[in-house]
Design a protein around this ligand. Structure first.
Ligand SMILES: Cc1ncc(COP(=O)(O)O)c(C=O)c1O
Length: 422
């Protein structure tokens, strides 16, 4: 069949950004025969035994409880499963000294859906035909934001400032407040903190500045906290989560070991939560209640926050240390390579300044030595201007074994030497 698609149908069925690369990676792995690829492309977290045990225990508890039939056998409220909402309200009020009520929380099927609701509820054309923008204040950022806007022209991202430590071969992105425009035409602001793909953590001042700029125009700011404390706590540097006013604090349980159950959580002003809840009712009614019921148990017991700090964070912190140490040892000091400061998340982000070939060509060369990473150019959604930096970066997933990470970085250094010196 060859059905005629609407404009929206065409837009939504486009293989954009990282999805196109993922297709290539899957085909490479399938057709690879006996080749043992080191696949450092994954965004899937590693299944850690302690984390899996937590979810098993919560499932066993649910199965043994009288709630089970009600949980899986009944529809529930769009806003979410009440015991999960209550657990979040109690945990966050106690942990951060907040005054949340159950009207401040929305549970969604994964946090990706949250960004979809928000991008289209707050961004796009108003009834009077004015375009309200979805602003990404610091590009690169999460590739998934590239697909959420039903009006793609609404998405706009800003180039960052680069803070470069040439001697140490490290760098860090900072928001460029001299360029960033958050105005009366802004519909909402979104950024990830810690950031996928770079591992950057915007500091508390930078966050406050963005939030204040947006508050002046009553613009919601979605802080994508998929890697933030208290769970999965994948921050390797101090950071204070921000709540209140125009901030919608958005979380995900995916990196805390539950990507299959699709649990996203938004905490914010009742008026914002209400808009997104209505969107959700129309789209899918509500998130899986089984996932929500086990999440309620993991949060209420305090075990999720504890395991995040004692198991999940140290696991990835050790991985970034291996990548750093191996690149420091193997990369020639005279080449202009710069690793982004590893401040969180589950990725390393490497910038190869003045790279003589594109990031996609470098990705192909790495495939030739059985290493798979993700070319960086897929992580600049909404940044339309030409910028050579976009073709000079790679995202390296920290989900490999210690040995694989070390081997892969050794091979990457060999390829880099050959490419720069060709
Ligand atoms: C920064 C960021 N935001 C959102 C998501 C989507 O997560 P979820 O599984 O909650 O939809 C991801 C997934 O990788 C992510 O890295």
């Amino acid at each position: 069949m060859n059905p005629v698609l609407s404009q929206l149908g065409v837009e939504m069925s486009r293989l954009s950004g990282v999805r196109a690369i993922m297709k290539d990676i899957i085909e490479t792995l399938r057709s690879g025969g006996d080749r043992a690829f080191i696949n450092l492309s994954a965004g899937n977290p590693v299944v850690l035994p302690e984390v899996e045990q937590l979810w098993r225990d919560c499932t066993a508890d649910l199965l043994a409880s009288p709630d089970y039939g009600d949980v899986v056998g009944r529809y529930g409220a769009s806003q979410g499963y009440q015991p999960l909402i209550d657990a979040i309200v109690e945990d966050f009020n106690q942990r951060y000294g907040l005054n949340l009520t159950d009207r401040n929380v929305l549970i969604t099927p994964g946090s990706q859906s949250l960004y979809f609701y928000a991008a289209n509820a707050f961004g796009g054309y108003t009834a009077t035909g004015a375009l309200r923008q979805i602003v990404l204040p610091l590009s690169p950022d999460y590739t998934g934001y590239g697909g959420v806007a039903l009006t793609p022209e609404a998405l706009i991202a800003y180039k960052p400032e680069l803070e470069i430590d040439r001697a140490a071969h490290r760098f860090k992105y900072r928001p460029d407040f001299s360029q960033l425009q958050i105005t009366e035409t802004t519909g909402c602001v979104i950024f990830s903190r810690p950031c996928n793909p770079t591992g950057n953590v915007l500091n508390d001042d930078e966050v406050s500045k963005i939030v204040t700029l947006a508050a002046a125009h009553d613009v919601p700011v979605l802080i994508d906290s998929a890697y933030a404390p208290p769970f999965p706590a994948l921050n390797f540097t101090e950071m204070t989560p921000k709540f209140g006013g125009n901030v919608l604090h958005c979380m995900s349980l995916s990196k805390a070991g539950l990507p299959g159950e699709r649990i996203g959580i938004a905490i914010g002003d009742e008026s914002l939560v209400h808009v997104l809840e209505c969107f959700q009712t129309n789209l899918c009614i509500h998130s899986s209640r089984y996932g929500q019921a086990i999440a309620a148990r993991a949060i209420r017991s305090g075990r999720l926050a504890e395991i995040s700090e004692t198991v999940i964070r140290p696991f990835y912190q050790q991985k970034i240390a291996i990548v750093e140490a191996t690149l420091d040892r193997e990369m020639p000091p005279d080449l202009p390579w710069f690793l982004h400061r590893g401040e969180g998340a589950i990725f390393a982000w490497l910038w190869l300044q003045d790279l003589p070939i594109t990031d996609s060509e470098f990705y192909q060369k790495l495939k030739d030595v059985d290493v798979i990473v993700v070319p960086g150019s897929t992580f600049f959604p909404g940044l339309r201007e030409d910028w050579s930096h976009k073709q000079q970066c790679l995202r390296i997933s920290l989900t490999g074994s210690d040995r694989d990470l070390e081997t892969a970085m050794q091979r990457l250094a060999q390829v880099a030497k050959a490419v720069y010196r060709a």
